[in-house]
Ligand binder design. Structure first.
Ligand SMILES: Nc1ncnc2c1ncn2[C@@H]1O[C@H](COP(=O)(O)OP(=O)(O)O)[C@@H](O)[C@H]1O
Ligand SMILES: [Mg+2]
Length: 318
């Protein structure tokens, strides 16, 4: 297998927890030919998606300087790779969208993880609303009045999130009697210039936010992210603690409901976020958690993921 990983600059990866690193390391260990580039190295030559990419040797190390050795940057065709991993971290901004249009030109010529059309089609926070029975009460609005009314309807505690947020960014818990409530709401909607998603506050969030890693619709691991002291968010990037976790019957119900939509949209590597048995986010842009599950369960979660890539790559070329 020859793979291209589109990543953020390698020197910025936090190797101790980074899922892209875990996938690249497992690929290199298998003797796969690993190449890397950043989003800005993508382009089109006529109809052909191309990248100025570097062949990359990947070894186990603590720092990017020790882990990666890059060959000379060379023009490549995405069609010459068996799989292309779009692992650029969010935000999904205009540049990200443009990259998906370039990646469209590689469809049917390589395995795209994840499919760029699905990356455009599905918003990580809004896609859960396609499963209302599995999702807490939610509204999306630019209206401060609607947000206040929703807060009252939900018994006084809600969570507000920017539609395009990630990694816990811009997430606030708004409670009755909070002297900052109006200011938080106004800031969140940017004086009516931004949509905000407001959700019933799930008290189970203090016990943790379960990340379920799906590959081609099948679960390969789960990890509970427990918020730190005086912190509402469980995200690992803001200090959430990774705790071993199993799948329960409700998780399996959620997976069974969501997997067909993921497959239909070509979303191969997906992270579901579940709080108190409620689906709160479907992570598709660059889902993480692989190293945490591997460490907690003493097994290599990257292995079944790469097995799936190899299996799917065999039929990806039209
Ligand atoms: N409805 C909710 N009730 C309580 N806490 C929530 C809710 N939604 C999100 N959170 C908290 O915010 C964190 C991030 O939320 P999430 O929707 O997954 O967005 P992000 O894209 O930033 O990860 C979660 O880990 C959880 O701690
Ligand atoms: Mg999340």
């Amino acid at each position: 297998m020859k793979i291209l990983c589109i990543v953020d600059p390698l020197e910025r990866l936090g190797l101790a927890g980074d899922t892209s690193y875990a996938l690249m390391l497992e690929a290199a260990t298998r003797g796969w030919d690993v190449w890397t580039c950043q989003i800005e190295h993508l382009g089109l030559t006529g109809a052909d998606a191309v990248a100025d990419a570097c062949q990359t040797s990947v070894v186990l190390a603590e720092t990017p300087a020790g882990a990666f050795r890059l060959g000379a940057r060379q023009p490549t065709r995405l069609a010459d790779f068996d799989a292309v991993l779009m692992r650029k971290d969010p935000p999904v901004d205009v540049s990200y969208l443009h990259a998906t249009w370039i990646l469209d030109h590689a469809r049917g010529k390589t395995l795209l993880v994840n499919d760029p059309r699905g990356l455009r089609e599905l918003n990580e926070h809004l896609a859960v609303l396609r499963f209302p029975a599995l999702t807490p009460a939610t509204i999306v609005t630019r209206s401060a009045d609607r947000l206040r009314q929703f807060q009252a309807e939900q018994g006084g505690a809600i969570v507000v999130k920017p539609v395009d947020g990630y990694g816990g960014l811009g997430i606030f818990v708004v409670r009755d009697g909070d002297p900052n409530a109006s200011s938080i709401i106004e800031t969140s909607i940017g004086a009516g210039t931004r949509w905000t998603l407001a959700q019933r506050y799930l008290p189970a969030a203090v016990d943790g936010d379960k990340r379920i890693i799906l590959v081609d619709g099948e679960p390969v691991g789960a990890v509970l992210r427990v918020p730190g002291n005086a912190e509402a968010r469980g995200n690992l990037h803001v200090g959430g603690r990774a705790v071993r976790s199993e799948l329960d019957a409700r998780d399996r119900e959620i997976i069974a409901a969501v997997a067909p939509m993921m497959r239909a949209n070509g979303q191969i590597l997906v992270g579901l976020d579940v709080i108190g048995g409620m689906l709160t986010e479907i992570n598709i842009t660059s889902p993480t958690g692989v190293q945490h599950v591997s460490r907690l369960e003493q097994r290599n979660v990257a292995a079944p993921i790469l097995d799936a890539f190899a299996r799917l790559a065999a039929t990806a070329k039209a």
